[in-house]
Design a protein around this ligand. Sequence first.
Ligand SMILES: NCc1[nH]cc(CCC(=O)O)c1CC(=O)O
Length: 319
Amino acid sequence: MSQQPTPPRQQRLPGRFVIGTRASPLAMAQAREFAGRLMQAHGWAQDELPLDAIVTTGDSIQNRSLAEAGGKGLFTKELDVAQLAGTIDFAVHSSKDLQTRLPDGLVVGGYLPREDARDVLISRGIARVADLPQGAVIGSASLRRQAMLRRSRPDLQVVLLRGNVARRMEKVASGEIDATLLALAGLRRLGLEDKASGILSIEESLPAVGQGAIGITIRADDAAAIAALAPVICRDTGFAVTAERAFLAEVDGSCRMPIAGHAVVTGDRVHLRGLLLSPDGSASAEGERHGSVTDAAKLGADLGRELRARAPAGIYDPA
Ligand SMILES: NCc1[nH]cc(CCC(=O)O)c1CC(=O)O
């Protein structure tokens, strides 16, 4: 559903771009953040940067897990089509939700500076997963979060929970479920950080590949878009997410497996951690790599191959 009429591509004014985004509150907040950074960097006015909010197939599926429904591409398909057609020039994505392989003709032009990548616990007053009562009901749609919870707290009842961030939080507040895990980044961008009951450490809940990083896709041949992005993109976030995404592409690429991967850049070094789990959390393979940021993609692929090769039974052949 494309709300605003947008000029055909050939009529694009020099320096004028249309930003495409999903229509969820979080996606809109991220698109506004990107627009704000572009306006500041270039001195553009708001009406020079129209936002085109597009409802994707993924947004309209609420009752099944994403893995069942067909994966990450469901959240980007309609945006990809609009972008290739030239209706939108930039598409703003949560890197976490971005397929490892983009459609031909589209590339990630860069990433905005990463927000905190950690997960948070949302509960009625309990700050730590370890302190949830025996048998508590905890909801998540993420295979990674489900498997990590089952591993650390096999007694919890882990149930499928979908819907946007606000709706998930309501289900905790109303008592329908006892707790859920969400990304701190999303809460911050929605101005809801004070609703977090506690923050999970990176060790406790290794984040998803790309978590906290906003990726901007462009048409591969759009030189004007590449130039416009240059002052707003973050090089270090790019190295970190490149390592993580190379890892993900090597271990699986679909989102049917619980996978976590997180890289941190310090100076010209990158440190990547990866984790594969069986759905019930009982089997796992984890590892890490340190190296130069210029080798980010290679480090990620190396770690992915290593973990795939030594994954115990139960990971690639779920019981
Ligand atoms: N899959 C939904 C999704 N995609 C990105 C974020 C959070 C923002 C981010 O990771 O940048 C969320 C919500 C969540 O996991 O709590």
